[in-house]
Design a binder for this molecule. Sequence first.
Ligand SMILES: C[S@@+](CC[C@H](N)C(=O)[O-])C[C@H]1O[C@@H](n2cnc3c(N)ncnc32)[C@H](O)[C@@H]1O
Length: 456
Amino acid sequence: MRFDVLTLFPGMFASPLGASIPARAMRNGLLEVELHDIRAYASGRHQSVDDTPYGGGGGMVMTPGPLVAAIEAVKAARAPRRVIALGPQGRRFDQRVAVELGGLERVMLICGRYEGIDERVLEGWVDEELSIGDYVLSGGEPAAMVVIDAVTRLLPGALGNELGAWEESYSDGCLEHPLYTRPRVFRGREVPEVLLSGDHAQVARWRRAAALSRTRARRPDLFATLPLDEDDERLLAETESEPRVEAEGEPREPRTFPGTGRGSPNVYVALVHYPVYNKRRDKVATALTNLDIHDLARLGRTFGVRRTYMVSPIAAQRGLAQRIVSHWIEGEGPARNPRRCEAMRRVGVAADLEEVRGEIERLEGRTPKVVATGAGFGADALGYAAARAQLRREGEPPWLLLFGTGWGLHEEIVAQCELKLAPIFGVDSYNHLAVRTATGIILDRLLAEDDGKYGA
Ligand SMILES: C[S@@+](CC[C@H](N)C(=O)[O-])C[C@H]1O[C@@H](n2cnc3c(N)ncnc32)[C@H](O)[C@@H]1O
């Protein structure tokens, strides 16, 4: 892995790169870091690299001339596969991005200083901006060191322990379990008994349960996106502080669909609030409702839907949805009503379908098949017997079922879908169902156990 770092302060890197894992990785030829002094590309007697901002205001801005000269020279010599500027307005750097960068082999990192970099450089010469967090540093150098360090420990051989980095926090979307070492008792505090048992399966179960409940308590945002399987659900239920309320009657064994190893085929649901029709067939955005969130969450959990998304481009609406979900999955929510928490945990909030698709791709490693539902579709829509069969085909991608609020999904969304499902009809042509009702009926038709029950 090679990093070319453009900076006004190359001296800052000596100590972090001179010790521990990055230093060893450099010695072993796994990591190469070349520092390029931006000032060396500045002309004039003073080699000036900054100037006052147009429009006034305090501070200085990095001028485009020396920076672009540096970028172009290093690009020509080193052919980086991505040019990244560190900046507080960029995409958030996290473990997933670290893995992504590790796969690129050659990356250029540009460290800003002063009030920042002239916008035209970012527009014309930089592939993306990365931020290491929602705070402002005095310069991009500490951020570049963070990126280099996080990527380096993922390089095969860098830790001298192949599995090390892949077992840590975030590598599977979870925080890591607590760690203990000798002595067994320290000032009266004991190491959990199970870790001394030598029973590897029990240790693994304990660690998974601890990682899950720790993630739920400390990072509900991460927890909400975890793809939990039935074992995880069971482990969590066992670690819940309050006794679990069982439904009346015999508890049912979870069923497993062939080919998925899960309780149902891979189905995702999105409740779309824009673009949809109103009754005059205008294109509108509708308001989110608390009832939709609760009912769809419970429905989704019942049928093993992997995640149910509330999709709205309006930030305040998304904030409201997130608050409602958080109320049930954070703080006392899980202990007060574990069942509701279990359902709400599968609810996601997204600005648009692109975001939903992106998340499913990350979770599944595959692009979902997007399927529209609507009360007015005609003969080109797929009937339920055929849809059930298609959903269960070997190698079938996950399905993302779209449900429209208001008076239904706008045609521009339907046009992006690969499939349309037939409308639900009852006794005659009246079929104005609430979206919650339609979702319930459609999920039952697609996912209920009895294969022979429904006609075309
Ligand atoms: C004082 S900051 C500029 C902040 C800028 N005026 C703003 O408000 O967005 C100077 C430089 O520090 C670096 N920097 C500051 N905060 C950062 C963060 N959270 N992540 C990555 N780089 C950061 C960037 O390179 C930035 O150009």
